[in-house]
Design a protein around this ligand. Sequence first.
Ligand SMILES: Nc1ncnc2c1ncn2[C@@H]1O[C@H](COP(=O)(O)OP(=O)(O)OP(=O)(O)O)[C@@H](O)[C@H]1O
Ligand SMILES: [Mg+2]
Length: 404
Amino acid sequence: MDPRTNPYAPGAGSKPPALVGRDDQVESFGVLLERLENGFHEQSMIVTGLRGVGKTVLLDVFRETAESRRWATIEWEVEKNQPLGPRMAMHVRRALIQIAPKIRWGERMRQAASALKSFSLTFNPDGSVTAGLDADASPGIADSGSLGDDLTDLLVSLGHAAREHGVGVVFLIDEIQYLGTSDFEALIMALHKCARRSLPVTLVGAGLPQIPRLAGEAKSYSERLFRFPTIGALDPSTDARDAITIPASAQDVGYASDAVDFMVDYTGGYPYFLQEYGKVAWDESPASPITLADVTAILPLVEARLDESFFRVRAERTTETELKYLYAMAVLGPAPHSAAEVAGAMGKTSQQAGPIRSRLIDKGLLYAPNYGLAAFTVPQFDRFMKRAYSDFGNVTHQDTEKGQ
Ligand SMILES: Nc1ncnc2c1ncn2[C@@H]1O[C@H](COP(=O)(O)OP(=O)(O)OP(=O)(O)O)[C@@H](O)[C@H]1O
Ligand SMILES: [Mg+2]
């Protein structure tokens, strides 16, 4: 069919043609905003899930919701080893500007700008962040040099400023697992103070499944501050089918029911895979309705696309040794595996394999669902590893023989 009208949207953060199966999270977010607007306490949320399940898309929906309620919204995708201080200075500057144009600033806004000046002199000494705000640093506020304390001063003054103007501020932080522990700790501490003062400043995050543990390690009270809803594959009998059929039927294109069964089954209901499969099915099928024969015939093409667009980029971020670790895990199967099991499969001791495993967790390819276990963060990564690196079967064996 005509690729120019293809509705499907495979891609990182690409808005899906039909956002299905996320009503609960969208509803909770609306409740969160409304409660904060009314001065009530509410836990904010950090959405966790595997790669490609729709975390970034959901954050974007949250942003739209917040903007429609006149909240100031700050989006940030964390990159590894990016210090929090200078970033937060930039974000708070943007928040102040969104809350109100300078000409309408009241006392609290001016105080927040002064706190930002102090904070940025401490953590971003070139001073560029506060250019144009005409604020003087306020001695004793946000200038101690301790990130937790100073960020607390800064966000509390931002909260008062927002309240003065009858609005709220939401930080939408993606890939939050890449925040360093001390940065995460500082952020949690600052948000906790805002929550205790019932100020309309909140954080909604998204990241890989290890977040609740990281947050707990950073601050023990993080569980009282955040909920950690998990999102994953779409329900195979309802939502996953809708993700395929709704975008097509909007253009009067139908699917045979067994074709949809096949697509849902192959993709396991994972959103990214559904979008990719739908895209290829649309382009390659001669006419509506799209049949089982159509969708089975294109399977090799779908697989090649997924390898190219989704799996390979992740595998390429690894060294040869790390790849071998992933391969050994893949051969063991999709479930989580103990460090000892994987090391054994590689012919190594747990001690030898431990650093490889840690690096893979650090790179976001694995996560530890429980102590001593590791699982893939990328759904169906085991299938990919087995088809793309099948020659490792022999290599692993040679390594074993050499005792490496
Ligand atoms: N609820 C949904 N229904 C249908 N498709 C969806 C849904 N959510 C996301 N998608 C599709 O899934 C794909 C992945 O979405 P997104 O990039 O938000 O995932 P992610 O969890 O952020 O992945 P990553 O961890 O790799 O950043 C996109 O193509 C998007 O259109
Ligand atoms: Mg994402």
